[in-house]
Design a protein around this ligand. Structure first.
Ligand code: AMP
Length: 429
């Protein structure tokens, strides 16, 4: 017998990487004062239907749902579902345990498996693992403040950096609130009506059931039509516009880099205002490392009090894939590239390379044809760090070293260089 399609066993040594990721996530969440929540792996089907949305792909096609038999006369059969995501479960727990009555913001994180009947491929499984967090609470506790959005995004940037994920992109959008979304949907439906016949079958269905998701379509032939559709940003009311501008301003102030993506809508209905995704080029078709956003109406949609919130879910499987690919490239790259900046330094560069190689380091050696931009790009592919050797460096014995993974440039005494490069190697592997 074999593990069911779309599920897999995780074995050593790979499980060590899974544990390290979880430990780092716990450490970072603790720094932001989050506490852990563990909710059941299955819930009543109605929770996801009402929370995530009947018309979403997740609820309409992907859930593992069964009728749970009654064991006694007094019991009723119940429709139950393996959780396809965890925000609905956390908000259900928030309501059930009256967490809002404390008057404080609840900052909760979780780590665990989720289940969706998707077509398995690289980075997409039927049992997959998410590391997520939610910030939720009554409005008077500040749960609607744009500072919460910015703090969550800044925490994610810090977490990905702490994990050593290189080259991620934060994509950001606002999908409007319950107050201004209907106006946008009306404009979108109107614009779609004359053109939807020329679009793919999925878009034709979505135009009926969930028009926002048309913006998500990846079919190349549909792209010119989608680009011509009205943009959400132009339909936001003053309150949503101000909220989004404040999120962006706080991120700018904190130095978190993002790219606005006016077509970023997410596959779950509960999102309002800020929505985001962190993507990674190395992942191929399934390039989202994580996704999230604000859900100001979710608690009320499942029968609770008003409790605005914001949260995210990171695909742990995709973190693992990204880190494994990075380790592979790191292992293939030299420890450093020695770059003499002119012919006059060629001989000294050869001497330095010999010295470092004798310390067991893997060294690439350039020559005096060094051109800052081009040579840097080339060296980035070949080596983890570059050591610049110019007149000043040779005179002072202080070498300029740039680490490509962090972008940090420092001056290092020649005598310490071998130890510095060896330490960098053990930090990445
Ligand atoms: P979502 O809950 O759909 O917003 O997804 C959040 C994150 O979970 C995504 O960005 C992925 O990294 C991950 N994810 C979602 N579905 C799957 C899946 N079937 N297999 C692996 N990871 C997934």
């Amino acid at each position: 017998m074999k593990a069911v399609r779309g599920t897999r066993d995780l074995l050593p040594p790979e499980t060590a990487l899974w544990s390290r990721i979880e430990a780092t996530a716990r450490e970072v969440f603790a720094r932001y004062n989050f506490g852990e929540i563990r909710t059941p792996i299955f819930e009543e089907t109605a929770l996801f239907a009402r929370g995530v949305g009947e018309e979403t792909d997740i609820v309409s096609k992907e859930m593992y749902t069964w009728e749970d038999r009654a064991r006694a006369q007094s019991e009723k059969t119940q429709s139950l579902t393996l959780r396809p995501e965890n925000t609905a479960g956390v908000v259900r727990a928030y309501i059930e345990h009256k967490l809002g009555e404390s008057g404080q913001l609840q900052k909760l994180f979780y780590i665990g498996p989720q289940f969706r009947r998707e077509r398995p491929q690289k980075g997409r499984y039927r049992q997959f693992f998410q590391i997520g967090a939610e910030v939720i609470g009554p409005t008077h506790a500040g749960s609607e403040s744009p500072l919460r959005d910015a703090e969550v995004l800044e925490m994610l940037a810090s977490l990905l950096d702490a994990l050593g994920i290189e080259g991620w992109t934060l994509k950001l959008n606002s999908v409007g609130s319950a107050a201004d979304r209907p106006a946008y949907l009306a404009r979108l439906r109107e614009a779609l009506a004359p053109v939807v016949g020329q679009m793919c079958a999925d878009c034709q269905r979505r135009a009926e059931t969930n028009p926002l998701r048309v913006l998500d379509c990846k079919v190349p032939e549909d792209q010119p039509i989608i680009e011509s559709l009205p943009r959400i940003a132009d339909s936001l009311d003053a309150a949503s516009r101000e909220h989004f501008a404040a999120v962006c301003a706080a991120l700018d102030a904190a130095g978190v880099v993002y790219a606005l993506d006016h077509r970023l809508v997410r596959g779950l209905d509960y999102y309002t205002r800020t929505t985001f995704e962190f993507t990674h080029g190395g992942l191929g078709a399934q390039n989202a490392l994580l996704g999230g956003g604000r859900y100001d109406g979710l608690s009320e949609a499942i029968g609770g009090p008003k409790a605005p919130g914001i949260g995210f879910a990171i695909g742990q499987d995709r973190l693992v894939l990204t880190l494994q690919a990075q380790q592979q490239t790191a292992a293939e790259r030299a420890d450093a590239c020695i770059a003499p900046v002119g012919e006059a330094q060629n001989a000294a560069a050869l001497r330095l390379a010999r010295e470092l190689r004798r310390s067991g380091l893997r060294i690439e050696l350039g020559d005096g044809s060094f051109r800052v931009r081009k040579s840097m790009e080339l060296a980035d592919k070949l080596a983890r760090q570059i050591v610049l050797l110019g007149e000043d460096e040779l005179a002072s014995d202080l070498l300029t070293v740039k680490d490509f993974s962090t972008g940090v440039q420092t001056k290092i005494p020649r005598a310490d260089l071998a130890a510095h490069l060896l330490a960098a190697r053990s930090a990445t592997i």
